[in-house]
Ligand binder design. Structure first.
Ligand code: SAM
Length: 348
């Protein structure tokens, strides 16, 4: 069995894959002391390992599909930390998006009652079958083939996933708009993660922050380095936790988002000035007319655009609208929305 000695930087925790038998793939995890080197067993040429699915896809020679955001988590310490932070109970049903070759899935299966995993790539589904079908964990795993965004999610308690970054936003809102679950612990591109959790007044605070925090409590759990993945992504990553609000806030999300979009397109401007621009007035007047029509108001009785402008001005003269979008908190936005809707002004 060929072995190699590699020097490891002082104080680092080595997390190299140790490929064992056909379906059991393990990692060696050792604290390396200053000046020490670590032995890394390389069984890639071992006959027994031939044909085995690699924990990071290397053994099977799989070419990763960048379009599917395939960056396999290869660092067992990160995987353990994600599972630990998820505080999974033995009675929990876990939803995993994009199990890939199953490194995180395996730990989730050990902790949970059941794992329901959506995987878009049939090659990954084949890897998962190979990895788990002869294992006692198999009975706890349900793999759903396809794009997770095309399905209604089944009941689950927790969602834990190293998310394909291209679907980050769509996934967050798909989850939070149907908040029957307890929490989600999700790996995202660092920038996206920080925007979800950003507070009013901070640089990263934006429409995504406002909307995520309307529907959940959001906390940044840990930063993950590029080297924890194979292949390493170009961007940094972070794990965050979302605890959906129970019960959900009593707002029409689409109306809320329409207002937030208008404000945060120009978050450094005073909110009142946004509602004085021609384009915003024209857009809101069009919405106003269609609502009035739907409510059965005769066309001749619908307010003219000039009357509508006065109505709009009467709302935005409230001192709340002297603030800039970047500093508005949830309560401010909620009050603004109430003021608008009480006057029949809508955003969708
Ligand atoms: C970042 S990798 C994570 C793999 C694995 N969970 C891990 O941590 O090693 C993302 C995985 O999601 C899958 N995927 C990408 N888009 C998807 C979608 N829309 N629905 C379901 N799975 C998807 C990819 O094929 C890939 O296996």
């Amino acid at each position: 069995m060929p072995k190699e000695r590699r020097p490891v930087p002082m104080g680092l925790i080595s997390a190299e894959p140790l490929h064992t038998t056909k379906s059991k793939l393990k990692f060696s995890t050792k604290i390396v002391m200053p000046g020490q080197s670590v032995k890394i067993a390389d069984k890639s040429k071992d006959k027994k390992a031939k044909g085995a699915h690699g924990v990071d896809g290397q053994q099977s020679g799989m070419v990763f599909n960048k379009g599917h955001g395939q960056h396999i988590l290869k660092n067992p310490l990160v995987i353990s930390a994600i599972v630990e932070k998820s505080a999974i109970k033995s009675t929990d049903i876990v939803l995993e998006i994009g199990p890939g070759t199953g490194n995180l899935t395996e730990k989730l299966l050990l902790a949970a009652k059941k794992v329901i995993a959506f995987e878009i790539d049939p090659r990954m589904v084949a890897e998962l079958n190979k990895r788990f079908q002869n294992s006692p964990l198999w009975s706890k795993l349900e793999i759903i083939k396809g794009n997770c965004l095309d399905f209604d999610f089944p009941y689950f308690d927790k969602c834990v996933a190293n998310v394909p970054y291209a679907i980050s936003s769509a996934l967050v809102f798909k989850l939070l708009k149907n908040p029957t679950f307890k929490c989600a612990v999700l790996m995202f591109q660092r920038e996206f993660a920080l925007r979800c959790c950003a507070l009013p007044g901070s640089e990263a605070y934006c429409r995504l922050s406002v909307n995520t925090q309307l529907l959940s409590r959001c906390s940044h759990l840990m930063k993950i380095s590029k080297n924890s993945f194979n292949p390493p992504p170009k961007v940094e990553s972070s794990v965050i936790r979302l605890d959906p609000k129970h019960p959900p806030p009593p707002v029409d999300f689409e109306e809320w988002d329409g207002l937030v979009k208008l404000i945060f397109n120009r978050k450094n401007k005073k909110v009142s000035s946004i509602f004085r621009t021609k384009v915003t007035i024209a857009h809101l007047y069009e919405r106003f007319v269609s609502y009035q029509t739907m409510e059965g108001v005769a066309p001749t009785a619908i307010a003219s655009v000039d009357v509508f402008k006065e109505l709009l001005s009467s709302v935005v003269e409230d001192k709340l609208f002297a603030k800039r979008g970047r500093s508005l908190d949830q309560e401010d936005i909620s009050t603004m929305l109430d003021l608008f809707t009480s006057k029949g002004i809508h955003f969708i």
